[in-house]
Design a protein around this ligand. Structure first.
Ligand SMILES: [Zn+2]
Length: 194
């Protein structure tokens, strides 16, 4: 009887210890994950500042750099690229996103944006917010200052109640006829008749 009690007590003690160990391991894993993430964000901000050095902005004289971190840990840099035909200028954020997508990356963890404004966090323009939104609304945007201080926001916070790819699949009151299919059907009917 005594043995059984001890056994039960030992089992209970072991179970409690295992649970504690599991909690400890979980906390350690979480804290090492957040340390790794902190390092990645530091590197992301550093790369956005580096990208700013390549800015081609002879008209605005306003340098912007961006660095994008993909879900699988790749970094892509971009800078603003202006043009004599003003409308053709491209922002740093969209340069970085376009580079990443053209290399096969479509899921992103974060983007950092850098400028030379000393007393203001650089904020993305409306067009860039919409392009970010195309690839999800839950990922992070780091608005930075040259000293590395930053403000973290999500795409959703920057562009609330947004329009995205899913909206194209929503139920619609009016359906546009697929003219291409209509044309193919008509050609098929013509060739069958001859
Ligand atoms: Zn922009």
């Amino acid at each position: 009887m005594k043995k059984e009690t001890n056994q039960a007590g030992t089992d209970f003690y072991d179970k409690r210890n295992n649970e504690k160990q599991l909690i400890r391991t979980d906390i350690q894993a979480k804290s090492s994950h957040s340390i790794r993430m902190e390092e990645k964000i530091k590197e992301l901000i550093r790369q956005s500042q580096e990208a700013k050095g390549q800015a081609y902005c002879p008209y605005s004289k306003f340098r912007v750099g961006a660095a994008l971190l993909t879900d699988n840990g790749c970094y892509f840099k971009g800078c603003n690229v202006e043009n004599a035909c003003t409308n053709l200028g491209l922002c740093a954020e969209r340069t970085a996103i376009t580079k990443a997508v053209s290399e096969g990356h479509k899921t992103f963890k974060a983007i950092a944006i850098a400028s030379d404004m000393e007393d203001k966090f650089i904020s993305p323009c409306g067009a860039c917010r919409q392009v970010m939104r195309e690839f999800g609304s839950k990922w992070d945007v780091y608005l930075t200052k040259p000293d590395g201080t930053h403000k973290k926001m999500t795409v959703d916070e920057l562009l609330p109640i947004s329009f995205g790819p899913d909206d194209l699949c929503s139920l619609k009151l009016h359906t546009i006829i697929d003219e291409t299919r209509h044309c193919v059907n008509w050609l098929q009917q013509c060739s069958a008749a001859t």
